[in-house]
Design a protein around this ligand. Structure first.
Ligand SMILES: [Zn+2]
Length: 211
């Protein structure tokens, strides 16, 4: 397993006392983190030894994911007891969940909002003002262009939608970089995360229409 590239290790291995950069497993002796009976409660950022921030180095995340995957791979611990194998399976599944969450910008922002105690999508479905009207208009224009088989108009609409989606993602990034201890920021972030779902589905429609 490769050596840590940032952040100081918070814990030491219970087996060999080597500082661990991820609580998942020991890079030195390969010992796995014991899975508590009530289940796993890892902070996904700590799991990769990364600071809890929206901006992250995707290459570092990927490298650590690969290194940790080898460390917790059930086959490596297959020769051990049933307990060890179960442990490896649970840690491996958790590692995959963590990776899928952190590598996707929307899922990462959702996770940061959750860590900050912000509202879930079910608790707050509100969207920025004017979003629904704008989405409805673009949807109608898209259907019109599709109906008249106007490829140029469809491409223009696809670009407009992609630009609006990107603006929402930029807003999400800015809000994540502001202090999420501020409740007004958390509410704004919730709205933008709700909005990006509309842009995603509209963009998908525009792409299938254009194809
Ligand atoms: Zn160890």
């Amino acid at each position: 397993m490769s050596a840590p590239e940032t952040s100081s290790p918070a814990v030491v291995c219970s087996q060999c006392s080597t500082p661990m950069y991820s609580p998942l497993c020991c890079a030195s002796c390969g010992a796995l983190n014991p899975v508590p009976p009530e289940g796993l409660h890892f902070n996904y950022f700590e799991l990769f030894g990364l600071p809890a921030a929206y901006d992250l180095d995707a290459a570092v995340l990927h490298r650590r994911y690969l290194a940790l995957s080898r460390g917790v791979h059930p086959d490596i611990h297959g020769g051990g007891s049933d307990d060890q194998r179960r442990q490896a399976l649970a840690l491996s599944a958790e590692l995959n969940r963590a990776y899928e969450t952190l590598r996707d910008p929307v899922a990462r922002a959702e996770y940061l909002l959750m860590l900050a105690g912000g509202p879930s999508p079910a608790e707050d479905k509100s969207v920025p003002p004017r979003l629904l009207g704008e989405v409805m208009t673009l949807r109608e224009e898209l259907e019109e262009a599709e109906g008249s088989k106007d490829a140029e108009a469809m491409e223009r609409l696809r670009q407009t939608i992609a630009t609006r989606r990107q603006a929402t993602m930029d807003e999400i990034a800015n809000l994540c970089r502001s202090t999420t201890r501020d409740e007004a920021i958390r509410r704004q972030l919730r709205k933008q995360l709700n909005a990006v779902k509309y842009w995603n589905s509209l963009l998908e429609k525009a792409q299938t229409t254009a194809a």
